[in-house]
Write a protein that binds this ligand. Structure first.
Ligand SMILES: C[S@@+](CC[C@H](N)C(=O)[O-])C[C@H]1O[C@@H](n2cnc3c(N)ncnc32)[C@H](O)[C@@H]1O
Length: 294
């Protein structure tokens, strides 16, 4: 594509010849813009009509019912599907997996970036790296259900660690109001097990982490770990526990790092990274997850 003229090159021309040159450049720009729009149109229509025999987004869309559907959700949904999926037919399990992730709460389905980041990263890690999968912070079990799906597909163990009774009083942080203190108590292990499913590789680690860690979990190595505990103490203990047990190529996803809603999560990751001299990437999901790769 030709270079786009800068503002200063478009000021009043010194001569007729300069004016003609500017008009020519503008015509080129317009033609480029038209080509760009045509290419985008074509891409959307390929996605929508399934012209290459890949996944039809319209089909997937019509099977979804978002409870909190803003006006433009459909357009946003189309834009947020990775090309690998919409045009090249990869990740054909997406509908099944996102249904696991949304169980009982359709609103979670709007966090496309989180769903896709989990899917792409766990598949990437498990394809390249040996070791188990774990989630610290299971709550109702929807994200664990997604992870357990892939643990089963790649024949790995899946550790699911939670108090299953929310935060304990000794964990409360200064800035936690009554709402946060009372969060996540409306669950039982049995309900979470129903949501996650009964893959025989699942290992339920019930109680306060890290005291809850079993010998099997301590002796294992890991390929993919999700840490989603919201507050400082379990997150930093989780990083300290899992990081040395990650196989090269393994990935740790820490939820809530960048949301601002849970400052303890940000502090735990920053302290850990500074101490171990490691770094990671930020994701643009609702809660600003942080990705550490071993
Ligand atoms: C935000 S929820 C997890 C949500 C879940 N990952 C999802 O996306 O569906 C946070 C969970 O962390 C758990 N948790 C917090 N501190 C913990 C600790 N020290 N040991 C075990 N679980 C803990 C809470 O009980 C709560 O269920």
């Amino acid at each position: 594509m030709d270079e786009v003229p800068q503002i200063e090159t478009l000021r009043k021309p010194a001569s007729d010849g300069d004016a003609n040159a500017d008009i020519l450049r503008l015509r080129h720009c317009l033609a480029d813009a038209q080509r760009l729009v045509a290419a985008l149109d074509q891409r959307l229509s390929i996605a929508a009509t399934d012209a290459r025999g890949a996944v039809s987004l319209d089909e997937i869309w019509s099977s979804r019912s978002y409870l909190h559907e803003p006006q433009n959700t459909k357009n946003i949904a189309l834009c947020l599907q990775p090309t690998s999926f919409s045009e090249f037919g990869k990740h054909r399990e997406f509908a099944e997996v996102s249904a696991l992730f949304k169980q009982g709460d359709e609103f979670r389905g709007l966090d496309f970036v989180r769903i896709w980041s989990m899917i792409l990263n766990i598949k990437h890690a498990l394809a390249k790296c040996p070791g188990a999968v774990a989630e610290l912070g299971v709550y109702r079990g929807q994200s664990s259900a997604l992870l357990s799906y892939y643990a089963q597909a790649f024949m790995r163990k899946m550790y699911l660690a939670d108090t299953f009774s929310g935060f304990a009083e000794e964990q409360f942080e200064e800035d936690m109001g009554p709402g946060k203190q009372a969060a996540f108590k409306d669950i039982t292990v049995e309900n979470a097990q129903r949501i996650v499913g009964n893959y025989e590789g699942n290992r339920w680690i019930v109680g306060m982490f890290p005291a809850s860690v079993t010998e099997e979990m301590r002796a294992d190595t890991y390929a993919f770990v999700s840490i989603d505990c919201d507050i400082y103490e379990p997150i930093i203990r989780g990083l300290e526990f899992f990081w040395p047990r990650m196989n090269p190529g393994g990935i740790i996803l820490v939820h809530d790092y960048g949301s601002g809603h849970w400052p303890g999560a940000t502090r735990a990751v920053d302290e850990f990274c500074a101490e171990k001299k490691v770094s990671g990437c930020l994701m643009a999901d609702f809660a600003g997850s942080f990705v550490l790769a071993r």
